[in-house]
Write a protein that binds this ligand. Sequence first.
Ligand code: 4AD
Ligand code: MG
Length: 479
Amino acid sequence: MPTHQLIAKVLKNNALNESITVKGWVRTKRANKNVAFIAINDGSSLQSLQIVAEVAKFEDVLRRVTTGACIAVEGLLVPSQGKEQAVEVLANHIAVLGEADPESYPLQKKAHSLEFLREVAHLRMRTNTFGAIFRIRHALSFAVHQYFNDRGFFYLHTPIITASDAEGAGQMFRVTTLDLEHVPKTAEGKVDYTQDFFGRSTNLTVSGQLEAELGALGLGLVYTFGPTFRAENSNTTRHLAEFWMIEPEMAFYDINDNMDLAEDFVKYLISYVLEHCPEDMQFLDERFAKEEATKKAEERSAMGLLQRLHFVTKHSFERITYSQAIEILLNSSYHKKGKFVFPVQWGMDLQSEHERYLVEKHFEKPVIITGYPKEIKAFYMKQNPDGRTVAAMDVLFPGIGEIIGGSQREENLEKLSQRMQEMHVPQDVLWWYLETRKFGTCPHSGFGLGFERMMLFITGMGNIRDVIPFPRTPKNAEF
Ligand code: 4AD
Ligand code: MG
């Protein structure tokens, strides 16, 4: 085991007047004639640790201690003379593990824009903002597993390479080992996938749901949590080509049980982060307030970040049907004044502007919408007795829009197969899915939570590219 200590532990333990070793990256250095003050951060906490070094003793090494350099320090932990911090380290020994040329190191002391930091994503984890974000991302992942483990769910690893299109939307990345310069063709002139690696056409998964359903119909309660891929060409602040999705699937749950679970789950996730990452959340709250202050009054969030998170955990979500949502939109002053870009009518897919109106202007809290027209939803959703809607549910959040999509599943073989036919979903490819309806079918439900959208909500960041370490978006796969 290494002999150095994490700065987070040092600050917590406060073992004064003991000799310790710490290692980290230099954030700042300032010096007078006699002493130099070096702030180092090792990523374990938002706080940096102040190192005090006598100039006379460390003159040579101090020249190489510049912003961005990596150093190891051995010294005595003592109460700080300054007001900024409780403790500091009186350096006894300093070693430079890695220099950083001050002329070319991209992260200077001044604040950088998020756009600039995206271009140096290989270094942005060394900033306060991204340190906080990725520590929270870790805590949030941990909370997902904690929540389900505590409630008897099993974590199921569903495949990343599949031959099916779970959402039937056709937004898939192809997986192939065929030589694109010399594609083998069939007698009819089509691509001959029998010669491909899997002997068939395959793609990256758009959802683990179909396999999660197989799991639920044997294990009862399961969830997936893995990378998900969509080749939709949407260059928005809410879409990634590679994102992480959490998909619980529950035998014997109907749509109401599904909504209850979704609401309880997201409230738990928010509470978990508030409880376990107070310092990072405080920092992001202040960041959010500064960001909001630069916006026009009408675009400003009604609440601060922490205030909004507490608000969401304390109030129950509004639950309405799609038809009620359309009614509200049609009666809105926005509609009457022609403020919506997409005209409102029953049957349309709700656009982000409609979702945000409902959540931010009308109800001013999260909303769950159920009973969508079957034409705008996936083939697997349970058909309602009215013949035109399905037992779908979308959870909509302020500032985000859709954060969860889910449904009760069609468990009736005949109805499912009929719907697949109508929607041109190939039944031969999904024979195994259909067999669960043939053998021991049962009511069951599930949903998908977009992990990065949850991150956006919790951290108050405005762009999904800033809550995943290395974003994948159209024309962008650097790093
Ligand atoms: O609504 P979606 O497409 O639902 C499904 O995939 C279902 N199979 C889920 C299920 O019932 N098991 O996606 C679910 C969620 C969305 O609500 C959104 O939060 C997120 O996944 N999502 C994306 N997040 C980032 N970038 C994208 N391109 C996303 N597409 C969906
Ligand atoms: Mg959806």
